[in-house]
Design a protein around this ligand. Structure first.
Ligand SMILES: NC(=O)c1ccc[n+]([C@@H]2O[C@H](COP(=O)([O-])OP(=O)(O)OC[C@H]3O[C@@H](n4cnc5c(N)ncnc54)[C@H](OP(=O)(O)O)[C@@H]3O)[C@@H](O)[C@H]2O)c1
Length: 254
């Protein structure tokens, strides 16, 4: 379970621990992970391992790959949830930060899947749940790298889902809409207050829909009816109109 120290990841950890799942919690902030682990052990009698790592840094990420590939007990559910966004005109954003975003949102997802899948296939059971975003389906001016990384997660997971068919292992992506978490602040985006209340989802609901979809063996989950409707409409709007609409929206909620 990556990105467990905050937001949607913390809600995943809460829900899974309450269901009796043993957890390995990954994120950079050890103190937050330790505090969450102690809380989950006390309230749910859960078995919780803490594995602090920077998933955007190859050497640090390696410890998580090794745990997934050879550690015990084996991991039967990998939730690739850790992710960051950036906000601003691409040409003005520091390229190193964009690169870090690709390392975390794309490379880490790919490498952790690569580490965990062989063992799952040997055991003929397992789930991979990759957290994408509704942004995967749209161009997002002023978050160009973010939207592209999330499109990668969707496409990659769709392909894995088909490759794994009949193997006992399932890959699912989840495409949430807006959730108030540490994400907006980390992305230096202050425009969220201009968004209508209607667009906001609760992390607990996103987690419930995502896990239900994964257990049901689905390739993609779009949590919440409002966003499922948005996704359906978006899929039939011509790309040129989609780009124009998103360009206008980006300038309103900047
Ligand atoms: N919030 C939204 O509106 C929204 C919408 C759609 C999709 N999502 C996706 O949902 C996922 C979770 O985001 P969130 O909204 O819960 O944001 P969040 O509250 O900022 O949580 C992000 C998590 O990722 C971890 N993380 C960040 N950089 C990391 C790194 N280099 N190595 C390891 N862990 C790292 C953070 O922990 P540390 O800082 O301790 O490392 C934190 O636990 C992301 O993939 C995001 O793209 C969010």
């Amino acid at each position: 379970m990556t990105g467990a120290s905050s937001g949607i990841g913390r809600s995943f950890a809460e829900r899974l621990a309450a269901e009796g799942t043993s957890l390995v919690l990954v994120a950079r902030r050890r103190d937050r992970l330790e505090e969450l682990a102690a809380d989950l052990r006390r309230r749910h009698d859960a078995e919780v391992e803490v594995l602090p790592a920077d998933l955007a840094a190859p050497v640090s990420r390696r410890s998580v790959e090794v745990r997934l590939a050879t550690g015990t007990p084996p991991v039967d559910l990998l939730v690739n949830n850790a992710g960051v966004g950036t906000h601003g005109d691409f040409a003005r954003l520091p390229v190193d930060r964009e690169d870090q975003q690709v390392q975390l949102n794309v490379v880490a997802v790919q490498r952790l899947c690569s580490a965990v899948l062989p063992g799952m296939l040997d055991r003929r059971r397992g789930h991979v749940l990759n957290v994408s975003s509704i942004a995967a389906l749209l161009p997002v001016p002023r978050s160009a790298t973010y939207a592209a990384t999330k499109a990668f997660v969707c496409s990659f997971t769709d392909s894995l889902h088909e490759e794994l068919r009949g193997s006992g292992v399932v890959a699912t992506s989840s495409l949430p809409g807006f959730v108030r978490t540490g994400f907006q602040e980390a992305a230096d985006w202050s425009g969220q207050d201009r968004l209508p209340k209607l667009v906001w989802l609760r992390a607990e609901d996103v987690v419930a829909d995502s896990l239900d979809g994964a257990w049901a063996g689905r390739a993609r989950v779009v949590p919440d009816l409002r966003y499922r409707a948005t996704a359906a409409v978006t899929s039939v709007v011509p790309p040129s109109i989609r780009r124009w609409m998103l360009g206008r929206t980006a300038s309103i909620v900047d």
